[in-house]
Ligand binder design. Structure first.
Ligand SMILES: Cc1cc2nc3c(=O)[nH]c(=O)nc-3n(C[C@H](O)[C@H](O)[C@H](O)COP(=O)(O)OP(=O)(O)OC[C@H]3O[C@@H](n4cnc5c(N)ncnc54)[C@H](O)[C@@H]3O)c2cc1C
Length: 162
């Protein structure tokens, strides 16, 4: 995502060429940019610590954890109000996710992938597909969406955690 910081009009979170976007890059790239700017570099591994501001990796992991878990606990038969609220949440999330280039791509994907808010399993599958879209872009392995409940609700049969 480096070098893709030109803000669109729809981006509510401004980025400035003078101040790199920490949540748009991984920690190594961010450290490199700080060195170039002559600022004090943080120590390797800092981004993995809870006390430090998030880089793109920590932000992404934490956010997917919330989104998949939220879908796992969404009602089986949501009321029309709950469906409307979830639609609104996703729309607002796509405007405020604090990595503007990531949010922009997510909003683009949303245009052709309407959120499935009519059931827990529908929403869980939809977030799984959204996550796989990002995995594809980052050339990471795709997740088998049939296993979504094992990963985010019930846990793996052997009790392991990744
Ligand atoms: C909406 C959104 C858009 C993003 N866009 C970008 C971007 O454009 N560029 C960028 O560099 N980063 C982006 N990220 C962050 C990126 O997706 C990763 O979170 C980050 O790279 C850290 O990756 P990771 O390998 O630690 O695992 P993550 O991708 O964060 O996954 C965490 C865990 O989720 C599980 N998992 C993996 N895939 C799925 C799936 N499809 N369904 C369910 N569970 C799954 C795995 O067990 C994995 O360990 C985005 C994040 C979000 C929330």
């Amino acid at each position: 995502m480096e070098g893709r910081h030109a803000p669109a009009d729809t981006d509510p979170i401004p980025t400035s060429p003078a101040k790199p976007c920490r949540t748009c890059v991984d920690f190594r790239s961010w450290m490199k940019s700080q060195r170039t700017r002559g600022e004090e570099a943080a120590r390797p591994g800092d981004a993995a610590k809870y006390g430090c501001p998030a880089d793109s990796l920590a932000l992404g992991r934490g956010t997917w954890r919330l989104l998949h878990t939220m879908a796992a606990y969404y009602p089986d038969q949501p009321s029309s109000q709950q469906q409307q609220d979830m639609r609104s949440f996703i729309t607002l999330f796509s405007k405020f996710y604090p990595c503007p280039p990531c949010a922009e791509d997510f909003r683009e994907w949303l245009k052709t992938n309407t959120p499935k808010v009519d059931s827990r399993s529908g929403l869980s599958q939809w977030f799984c597909e959204a996550h796989n879209e990002v995995n594809k872009k980052l050339q990471k392995p795709l997740f088998d969406c049939k296993r979504i409940n094992e990963r985010w609700l019930d846990g793996w049969a052997d009790g392991s955690c990744d």
